[in-house]
Design a binder for this molecule. Structure first.
Ligand SMILES: *[C@@H]1O[C@H](CO)[C@@H](O)[C@H](O)[C@H]1NC(C)=O
Length: 235
């Protein structure tokens, strides 16, 4: 009886402590400061921002200047010249991105394209269905606040092992239906990173979650046809 109560309590607490993927939730400290920096950037430079990246550390690292795991060189070559803002934040889950979007980060913006890749950090805490719902709510929020912006929704990248990767694919299957052929397009880059059994050599760093510089070069290359099409389209 006592044991049961303890388990019931633990189970209750973990439900309460875990975020709900579609309910906006902030973090604190330096996270809030970064968010404020993004809000400021949008207010000051909004007119020059044609491309917006939203995501977690994997997006954040585009601008890290490191020869092994940073991709600043590639970002500076392909995206910065287009007028790009990178609002990726390490460790963010869907509920944090949602909170940031509705709290001022996209005010004063009118980008042509928003590249969104999010959800991998929810895997520890939430079910696949709930994570997909969280991602869908971000797409809805972006579309309603940035009606002239096309959303390029990327699938969650394969990670760690085939068990985790099949969860990612389960979620990806659910979010792929958000593609409406025009204002929201979905792209799954899985095949470039994982062949079903193993991860292609050199595209990840040691944790098999974050990308190496080569992994970013692959991202740019695989995304380019659809991205260019969306970025250059006039409607
Ligand atoms: C954002 O702008 C406000 C108003 O100018 C300023 O007080 C604040 O320090 C800025 N925050 C960051 C993180 O840049």
């Amino acid at each position: 009886m006592k044991i049961f109560t303890i388990f019931a309590t633990i189970s209750f607490l973990s439900t309460v402590l875990a975020g709900t993927p579609w309910i906006p939730e902030p973090r604190d400290g330096s996270w809030l400061e970064r968010h404020e920096g993004f809000v400021n950037n949008s207010l000051i430079n909004g007119g020059e921002i044609n491309l917006l990246f939203y995501g977690d550390s994997i997006t954040d690292n585009w601008e890290v200047d490191d020869p092994y795991w940073g991709a600043k060189e590639i970002y500076d070559e392909y995206y910065a010249p287009l007028g790009s803002a990178n609002y990726g934040v390490g460790s963010d889950r869907t509920e944090q991105v949602l909170w940031r979007i509705i709290n001022g980060e996209v005010s004063n913006l009118r980008p042509k394209v928003c590249v969104l890749k999010i959800g991998t950090n929810n895997l520890d805490e939430n079910t696949d269905v709930d994570i997909a719902r969280g991602i869908a709510s971000i797409v809805t929020e972006l579309r309603s606040r940035l009606p002239e912006t096309k959303v390029l929704l990327l699938g969650i990248l394969p990670r760690e092992n085939s068990v985790m990767t099949s969860r990612c694919e389960n979620i990806n299957g659910m979010i792929s239906i958000l593609d409406n052929g025009n204002t929201v397009r979905y792209l799954n880059m899985r095949g470039a990173y994982f062949d079903g059994n193993f991860f292609y050599e050199g595209l990840y760093v040691h944790d098999l979650i974050h990308l190496s510089k080569l992994g970013y070069a692959m991202w740019q290359e695989v995304m380019d046809p659809l991205f260019s099409d969306m970025f250059n389209s006039t409607n």
